[in-house]
Write a protein that binds this ligand. Sequence first.
Ligand SMILES: *[C@@H]1O[C@H](CO)[C@@H](O)[C@H](O)[C@H]1NC(C)=O
Ligand SMILES: *[C@@H]1O[C@H](CO)[C@@H](O)[C@H](O)[C@H]1NC(C)=O
Ligand SMILES: *[C@@H]1O[C@H](CO)[C@@H](O)[C@H](O)[C@H]1NC(C)=O
Ligand SMILES: *[C@@H]1O[C@H](CO)[C@@H](O)[C@H](O)[C@H]1NC(C)=O
Ligand SMILES: *[C@@H]1O[C@H](CO)[C@@H](O)[C@H](O)[C@H]1NC(C)=O
Ligand SMILES: *[C@@H]1O[C@H](CO)[C@@H](O)[C@H](O)[C@H]1NC(C)=O
Ligand SMILES: *[C@@H]1O[C@H](CO)[C@@H](O)[C@H](O)[C@H]1NC(C)=O
Ligand SMILES: *[C@@H]1O[C@H](CO)[C@@H](O)[C@H](O)[C@H]1NC(C)=O
Length: 614
Amino acid sequence: MASQWRWPARVAVLWALLAHQPGWRSPHCLTMFRVPIGWMQSLISLIHDDEKPPLLTAREGGGGSPGPPGNVSRIGLPEYDWGMNAIHGVQSSCIKDDDGTVYCPTSFPNPVNYGFTWNYSAYLELGRIIGVETRALWLAGAVEASTWSGRPHIGLDTWSPNINIARSPLWGRNQEVPGEDPFMNGQFGKAYTLGLQGDDDTYLQAIVTLKHWDAYSLEDSDGATRHNFNAIVSNFSLMDTYWPAFRVAVTEGKAKGVMCSYNAVNGIPTCAHPLLRTVLRDLWKFDGYVSSDTGAVEDISDNHKYTPSWATAACAAIRDGQTDIDSGAVYMKSLLQGVSEGHCRMEDVDNALRNTLRLRFELGLFDPVENQSYWHVPLAAVNTNASRATNMLHTLESMVLLQNKNNVLPLASNTKVALIGPHAKAQEDMVGNYLGQLCPDNNFDCVVSPHDALVSILGTDAVTYAPGTNVTTCSQSHIDEAVSVATAADVAVLMLGIDESIEAESNDRKSIDLPECQHQLASAIFAVGKPTVIVLLNGGMLAIENEKQQADAIIEAGYPGFYGGTAIAQTLTGQNEHLGDYINWINMSDMEMTSGPGRTYRYYKNETLWAFHF
Ligand SMILES: *[C@@H]1O[C@H](CO)[C@@H](O)[C@H](O)[C@H]1NC(C)=O
Ligand SMILES: *[C@@H]1O[C@H](CO)[C@@H](O)[C@H](O)[C@H]1NC(C)=O
Ligand SMILES: *[C@@H]1O[C@H](CO)[C@@H](O)[C@H](O)[C@H]1NC(C)=O
Ligand SMILES: *[C@@H]1O[C@H](CO)[C@@H](O)[C@H](O)[C@H]1NC(C)=O
Ligand SMILES: *[C@@H]1O[C@H](CO)[C@@H](O)[C@H](O)[C@H]1NC(C)=O
Ligand SMILES: *[C@@H]1O[C@H](CO)[C@@H](O)[C@H](O)[C@H]1NC(C)=O
Ligand SMILES: *[C@@H]1O[C@H](CO)[C@@H](O)[C@H](O)[C@H]1NC(C)=O
Ligand SMILES: *[C@@H]1O[C@H](CO)[C@@H](O)[C@H](O)[C@H]1NC(C)=O
């Protein structure tokens, strides 16, 4: 373990300082939610002005220095990273223990698959396991998995869950959210929060950061990007669609963190928006911290042109209890300038310190550790047999059998299967986005593909394979090869769909159609005349009108994650007992749910292919 982990010594210094402040009682009764105002004032009065911006900055704040900057070594205040992603598993490095055993965080199905499960207990269990693993990996010194973040030591507050509404199938981040229903997303946010923050009476296990507030679901469409998009939203849509999930996660889940988004709402960038104060803190009694999305404070001046400079942007964000933490470089470089120029007050800065340091108390970071169970979570608690079994169960529950004509499924054990398509040997494409390190060698080799899982059930001789096409490019020779493989088999299984090159953060789709090459492949295989099954990998829905008519069976697999291959193979072979173009008519930047044919299943006025909850 790294030498930076000599916290008790540092914390002792902090206590010693605090003990001489008025209001200090005893070191082990800093109870949750109730850090006495006197103590907090004492602590804040110990911090020099120039030490404040680093405490209010996530990751390395664009400074290029390794590690998070939240330390004030002079008074024993240790570093703390305010930004760690955990959308469907801790997004950290693996860690080797003293025996040489490597522990990698459990990687669950993408949240869209959790929507498919309809299992609200699974949402709680997902949060709980991520919370336990966050503690264990943090204690062991794991660092963030993404290189662009500077790979700081992870913190205990996670930038998850994502509970935005899947407003449009074109949105690039549909895989990150359970779905289009405000109630379901609220249940997801609430249960994930209760699981992750833990059920200790005194301390928080870890902290959620509900994202992205507010009315966020456009990456790059209609000439706008998420960094300059001004969402015009009626009060009706805010209250009926965009807010309910956040409200439930805050008021019932007791979420301790919220992230403000890149876009503006009705002319005001969300991180500078008074709604953070009036709705979140005053109306819903939110008592946690607000972090900006990475670079969102920069956007206030640089892209929205809402203020003329970084100093004014910093102040617009931090003023009046709005945005406490900047994931970016603006607070670090320009917050104190903003204060000295009179755009906001030092009291605003201290208020943000209060909101954030309070959480570090509630996490038990300043109390004696010996009686805190969350300080004694061993690495062996990471990726346990039990969490793997839970992961497998949730993955199986997330498979959706959309269609099964002529009982083509399940495949009998003596079936000769032609496994065809760009996702037949998917590994990386199956696990989606926001990934921690999955395999000890930092690749995707340990992810079992649908092909390998099917072979292990039916045997090598029973499964023949041809790629047929890539996701978007194809050649006649590969399609011909796939046709001959299908001709020689009893059943064709087509593994189709899309990937991160087509739907991703910063990248909305322009069409919901299955890529043309895959239509061509499917048509060629249907023409062979064998029973044909389609398995789809995707986050946002795909238009497959022709395939729906011609295929015997269709399985929707989402981005099923680490155990996706096994879950797909078990679903095909009947071992899964846990089953459960409108797009051109409205433009992407129109936030009204009732426009045109209507958004999401709640407002859609036409006939549906498959009803919501199918
Ligand atoms: C934080 O720690 C680093 C490395 O120990 C040190 O160089 C730096 O001065 C510390 N920052 C503060 C504000 O104490
Ligand atoms: C739902 O998830 C929970 C928690 O993982 C699990 O115990 C349960 O078996 C799952 N399935 C159903 C149908 O509840
Ligand atoms: C929305 O509600 C707020 C708060 O009640 C009000 O100030 C604002 O005028 C309303 N906006 C519209 C367009 O009605
Ligand atoms: C920890 O618990 C033990 C047993 O209840 C108690 O004797 C000890 O004082 C506690 N330590 C602290 C620092 O509270
Ligand atoms: C986990 O499962 C493996 C194989 O199923 C078994 O060998 C091992 O003993 C189990 N570990 C624990 C801690 O139960
Ligand atoms: C996929 O693309 C690569 C690179 O262009 C090409 O070499 C390969 O033949 C393609 N495979 C199929 C199945 O079309
Ligand atoms: C799309 O919708 C927005 C918001 O209602 C509107 O301002 C814009 O003019 C629309 N664009 C087109 C091409 O209809
Ligand atoms: C409804 O669906 C029909 C065909 O199913 C289509 O012709 C029509 O344009 C659609 N209209 C609207 C408003 O959704």
